[in-house]
Ligand binder design. Structure first.
Ligand code: PMP
Length: 425
């Protein structure tokens, strides 16, 4: 199989940058990414035989930990019947019923294959429903790589310092307006500028692609009000927060109801799944019944549905998990905060439940501009220092740490020891 370094040497010759998604590259870190062989619980193992405590969790899906037995069993069982039919199946109905029965703001849902697709489709439906074209997004929020959303996007776009992408015609983004996260005035100004033509405001209810940036008190409620006032739809991109902050995601956690919601990650339990849903009158516009076209050969794939539905059912039936993740978040991120105070370091921790980020900046991080004030070199050194101590995190300042159910208090305390060690050098 070879070492991570050997595999990377081969990979860069045949895969752009050696990776199939930019956030996996250790570009800013200056080393080959770890090539992963397997994972179990909160641990991940690279091809070099090293064990790490994993805080990437496949960027969110593995909320129950890697290789969760019920999920694995459901996949193996589903595989016996065939991998894909491209035809309607019972499990798609069960999945949709389960979501619609338990998420109050979702009357109908459509399965897709990624968060990108979910957002792209939700935006199309919002435009079809309102008959308007303008979309307001927030600087630093990432909504996948569809053309219209690659404007001031966070995540890998932010890490590589590319504000926009080449290959996106101007026409594709001219209806995308960018507001400042946590700043309602900036949204109102754009609504005014759009002169009644805003189809939707799309937001990560917790910013998690410029590092973790919580919504200020009243921000989400204010967006709801502005959307109602200007006749725009509110879309919560819950690709990260859905089924993570609460079963009902950020909408339930913050008590604000969107018109449309997008899901990914947890909904597929590690299989490539996304979904979008919302009010019946809006979702009834989707093809084949409605005039908004959207399709997918592998959408609602039976193996993916088996994994996702098993994970969702488990989460719904064990909702104490959400309290537990909240506590784990306090233990880890609160513990990190204490260490920073102990060591007199001026950096900032942001966290919401299981999601958190340590920003190497003296500024409070409330939006894209303050997030960008971070010292990415200091982050890279910290990343390397943690990796050397067996802690696997996203190789970028602008990503979240993901806690799962499998991170025990003992493991969190070991991680805190590693943080303390790093800052003691
Ligand atoms: N929206 C959000 C909030 C995301 O975090 C992501 C991916 N991290 C996406 C959309 C895109 O999802 P995917 O990578 O599955 O296309």
């Amino acid at each position: 199989m070879g070492t991570s370094e050997e595999l990377f040497d081969r990979a860069v010759k045949v895969i752009p940058g050696g990776v199939n998604s930019p956030v996996r590259a250790y570009g800013a870190i200056g080393m080959a990414p770890r090539f992963i062989d397997r994972a179990d619980g909160c641990y991940i193992y690279d091809v070099d035989g090293k064990e790490y405590v994993d805080y990437i969790d496949s960027w969110g899906p593995m909320i129950l930990g890697h290789n969760f037995p019920e999920v694995k069993e459901s996949v193996l069982k589903a595989c016996e019947k065939g991998l894909s039919f491209g035809c309607a199946t019972a499990i798609e109905v069960e999945m949709a019923e389960f979501i619609c029965d338990h998420i109050p703001h979702v009357d109908m849902v459509r399965m897709v294959n990624s968060g990108t697709e979910a957002v792209m489709s939700a935006v199309r439906v919002a435009r079809g429903f309102t008959g308007k074209n303008k979309i307001i997004k927030f600087a630093g929020c990432y909504h996948g790589h569809s053309d219209a959303m690659l404007v001031s996007a966070g995540s890998g776009v932010m890490t590589s310092g590319v504000p926009d992408s080449a290959g996106v015609p101007k026409g594709c983004t001219e209806d995308t307006m960018t507001a400042v996260y946590n700043d309602l005035d900036s949204v109102r100004a754009l609504m005014e500028q759009a002169d009644g033509q805003t189809a939707a405001v799309i937001v990560e209810a917790v910013g998690a692609n410029m590092g973790v940036v919580p919504p200020k008190k009243g921000f989400l409620e204010g967006l709801r009000k502005l959307c109602d006032e200007y006749g725009a739809l509110l879309i919560f991109d819950e690709v990260i927060t859905g089924f993570r902050l609460a079963f009902g995601g950020a909408a339930e956690y913050f008590g604000v109801t969107p018109d449309l919601v997008t899901y990914g990650k947890i909904i597929g339990a590690g299989m490539p799944v996304g979904a979008y849903g919302g009010r019946r009158e809006i979702m009834e516009l989707v093809s084949p019944v409605g005039k908004v076209y959207q399709a997918g050969t592998l959408s609602g794939n039976p193996i993916a549905m088996a994994a996702g539905l098993t994970q969702l059912k488990y989460l719904y039936e064990h909702q104490e998990i959400y309290k537990d993740l909240e506590e784990k978040g306090k233990r880890l991120y609160g513990g990190m905060e204490k260490i920073l105070a102990e060591k007199n370091l001026p950096y900032h921790i942001n966290h919401v439940s299981s999601l958190g980020s340590l920003f190497f900046t003296e500024q409070e991080v409330v939006d894209y501009t303050s997030a960008k004030s971070s010292d990415t070199k200091a982050f890279s050194e910290y990343f390397k220092g943690m990796l050397a101590q067996g802690i696997h995190m996203a190789p970028s300042q602008f990503e979240a740490m993901f806690l799962s159910v499998a991170h025990t208090d003992e493991i969190i305390d070991q991680t805190l020891e590693a943080v303390r060690n790093y800052f003691t050098k």
